[in-house]
Design a binder for this molecule. Structure first.
Ligand code: CA
Length: 377
């Protein structure tokens, strides 16, 4: 898989070989280029020290690395010969709910007699704080979680392995330069703070979630694992993927307005056991990444290098563009892809992401893969 990893992409990751300590590498074609000699902050086991340096250094280093890669002067390894690590130490993790179609679908599935969107949804990017310590790199197996569940028709809750284990197809944004307690990051300051983009699968146990989430929101139904891609695509590599946001009605409050509130034209494939089962489009997301960050900090909450915020499940208007099994099977009532409803032990899900590249072709963002291991009872 070398397509989409040309000079206009150059995503960053962290790798080890049998003989070496973890350090930063850059993906070019089917090689991992060792960039540890370019800057001391790249000879580190995470991207954090480099990400903290800010956009001027990011830009200079990207240009320098492109030249060194082009002249083939740095050591490199076949991507199949290295082990990819979690690329950054995750600070705080926030997950949003920015797809109008996803939020509407869940409203229709869970509250069929009511208006699908809750009254706040078009006024603010709804989100919650997740668990950063269980963010894992692509390829890490996901153990089926156990927990309490109680269907509305049951008399009492029972404990056991989740029976409604699901995916959430998302995109994540990584903070490079943090902000001080009391300060806000305005919409137009997005690129001063955000280093890059990762693929995200927010694994979700729907039965645990539906019993626990009222009144305080997602908890154990989400916190057992969140997978991210091993490659962080720098924001600069997505310049050609910027797109207009869909119309926002009503107009958002002034703190959610600005010229940097762009959408991203990123196509996604959800692959279940080798078969593409959905193609969610990121481009149609209602809230922009910059609006999400502006909202996250509008109360003065500080941010740190390595903080991650994710978009929420990406679903389009058509059934074949839904980003979760909950929606693809419509609450488990309509099996898809040869009889699937929720995840079975042994199932493997791969999320693949592609976008227009600055060179006129396509870039391939890092994939997010995970296989379901049986519950540990
Ligand atoms: Ca989510």
């Amino acid at each position: 898989m070398s397509d989409g990893f040309g000079l206009d992409h150059l995503p960053y990751g962290v790798f080890t070989t049998r003989a070496s300590a973890p350090r930063v590498g850059v993906r070019f074609a089917d090689r991992v280029v060792d960039v540890a000699s370019v800057r001391p902050e790249l000879d580190r086991p995470t991207l954090n020290d480099f990400m903290a340096l800010g956009p001027e250094v990011w830009s200079q280093t990207r240009t320098e690395i492109a030249g060194l890669v082009e002249s083939d002067t740095l050591p490199s390894y076949a991507v199949d010969d290295v082990t990819l690590q979690l690329p950054f130490a995750v600070g705080d993790y926030v997950d949003f709910y920015a797809s109008l179609e996803h939020a509407s679908n869940l409203g229709r599935i869970f509250r069929p007699d009511q208006e699908p969107l809750l009254p706040n949804w078009r006024h603010l990017p709804v989100g919650y704080h997740g668990r950063s310590g269980t963010v894992v790199v692509s390829g890490t197996p996901v153990v089926r979680p156990c927990g309490q569940r109680k269907a509305p028709t049951d008399d009492a809750p029972v404990f056991g392995p989740s029976r409604r284990l699901d995916i959430e197809t998302e995109l994540g944004f990584v903070i490079g330069v943090g902000s001080e307690l009391g300060d806000r990051i305005g919409v137009d300051e997005f690129a001063q703070h955000v280093f890059g983009v990762v693929g995200v699968n927010d694994w979700s146990a729907r039965d645990i979630q539906s019993w626990e989430y009222v009144p305080l929101g997602p908890f154990l139904g989400k916190s057992f694992a969140t997978s991210v891609s091993a490659w962080v695509t720098p924001l600069a590599a997505l310049a050609a993927a910027r797109a207009d946001l869909p119309a926002q009605d009503p107009a958002p409050l002034p703190y959610l307005s600005g010229t940097e509130g762009w959408a991203l034209d990123i196509d996604i494939e959800v692959v279940l056991n080798g078969e593409v089962v959905s193609r969610p489009p990121y481009r149609g997301m209602y809230w922009s990444p910059a609006q999400m960050l502006a909202h996250l900090t509008v109360n003065g909450a500080s941010t740190r290098t390595g903080d991650l915020f994710a978009s929420g499940t990406i679903s389009g208007a058509e059934p074949e563009t839904r980003g979760s099994f909950l929606e693809l099977s419509w609450g488990g009532k309509e099996p898809f892809a040869g009889g699937h409803t929720f995840l079975e032990d042994g199932d493997e899900v791969v999320l693949r992401y592609g976008a227009p590249g600055a060179g006129g072709g396509r870039i391939t963002l890092g994939e997010v893969a995970g296989r379901i291991d049986p519950a540990r009872e």
